[in-house]
Design a protein around this ligand. Structure first.
Ligand code: PMV
Length: 358
């Protein structure tokens, strides 16, 4: 599919006013996306587990209007949230050609996250995922014959234009975004469910998110992606990420957890290595991030379990493990890791199946 396939044709029905609500989860990348070009196109393919407990619920109310231009207001937890408006305006500008009704309606966007706003968990994937799906639901009211598979794809396509990783929050439990020679159907334009065999050990895979630093992101992802332009190791990084995704294919099929751990942890550290070697450079891990990583390594060695970690562009640690080890690992986390979390805070999550209309 190409961009043109997502340009809306004439709608058979007209609508005046209504509201649609959707819920979309966050996701955690196993092979990371870091670096983009053109209009939100990824420099390498990435794959993520879709989560379930960390999610955003959004209600989009709309009312036909006569005036020109975009008109919308945003509420977070029922309170006006004008700080979100520039990001949404930019999103609307980017997607207008694909959803040309945007300037014909006045919108009210009510949104709320299941995780605390100041938790350091990025809400852009779940937030843009939920808003994109709401817009496609609205479009379906004008085009009731729209095919379900196309609608899902379009939601991911639009979400990508809001935040790249949001393209991976529409479906689950494992989603690939970015064209990859070994992944059939993969595309730079939208996320697709991982199309090959997934060993049962990866079913309901657990992700306990340790909140090491609850503050605002130190480096916005927009700036972070920009730092990959002219980065001395950019080319090698993009190649390595694609090679890591190739290497994951047999691992996901056979359930080879020890190789899974090597790939996933190396991906997390490579992402941070990119930030440490860009100009300007950043260290987004905190001393407690390293304490946690060392404790995970020591515990894995002495317990023989398959616990591992991954990181986003921040200090929080995602602790990943198979559901069969849940009891053991949760005891370990509570006994040894929560002391390194801000106010002892963590979120228990696991893989999920993606965004849904409410
Ligand atoms: O979607 P963005 O632009 O916020 O980028 C997110 C990038 C990482 O979370 C660091 C990695 C990833 O693939 O999710």
């Amino acid at each position: 599919m190409t961009e043109e396939d997502f340009i809306a044709r004439a709608y058979p029905k007209t609508i005046e006013s209504d509201a649609v609500s959707c819920i979309a989860p966050s996701n955690i990348a196993l092979v990371k996306y870091w670096g983009k070009y053109g209009e939100q196109l990824p420099e390498n393919a990435s794959v993520s587990f879709t989560l379930s407990n960390c999610h955003t619920k959004t209600t989009l109310s709309f009312q036909k209007k006569e005036s020109e231009g975009f008109e919308f207001s945003v509420f977070l937890d029922d309170l006006p949230a004008p700080a979100f408006e520039p990001k949404i305006l930019k999103f609307f500008e980017r997607i207008e050609q694909y959803v040309p009704f945007l300037n014909k309606f006045s919108f009210t966007i009510h949104t709320s996250n299941s995780f605390p706003h100041s938790s350091g968990i990025a809400s852009s994937a779940s937030g843009m995922g939920a808003l994109a799906l709401c817009l496609v639901r609205m479009e379906q009211q004008m085009d009731p014959q729209m095919d379900h598979a196309y609608a899902t794809r379009k939601a991911s396509f639009l979400a990508r234009l809001g935040s790249g990783s949001a393209s991976r929050s529409i479906e689950g439990p494992l989603v690939v975004w970015g064209k990859h020679a070994k992944i059939e159907g993969s595309s730079n334009l939208f996320g697709v469910p991982y199309p090959y065999t997934i060993h049962p050990v990866f079913q309901n895979f657990q992700d306990t998110i340790l909140l090491v630093d609850k503050g605002e992101k130190q480096v916005s992802s927009t700036l972070g992606h920009d730092l990959m332009h002219g980065h001395p190791f950019a080319r090698q990084r993009f190649e390595k990420a694609n090679a890591n995704l190739s290497a994951l294919i047999p691992v996901l099929e056979t359930g080879d957890l020890s190789e899974f751990i090597q790939i996933v942890e190396s991906e997390a550290l490579s992402l941070h290595a990119m930030m440490m070697t860009s100009r300007p450079y950043f260290i987004l891990m905190k001393p407690n991030t390293l304490e946690i990583i060392n404790r995970i390594w020591a515990f894995r060695k002495r317990s023989g379990t398959s616990v591992c970690f991954t990181l986003d562009a921040g200090a929080n640690v995602h602790v990943l493990y198979p559901i069969a080890e849940k009891e053991k690992i949760q005891t370990f986390i509570e006994d040894e890791l929560t002391v390194y979390c801000k106010d002892g805070a963590f979120i228990i999550d696991q893989t999920g199946s993606g965004a849904l209309p409410l």
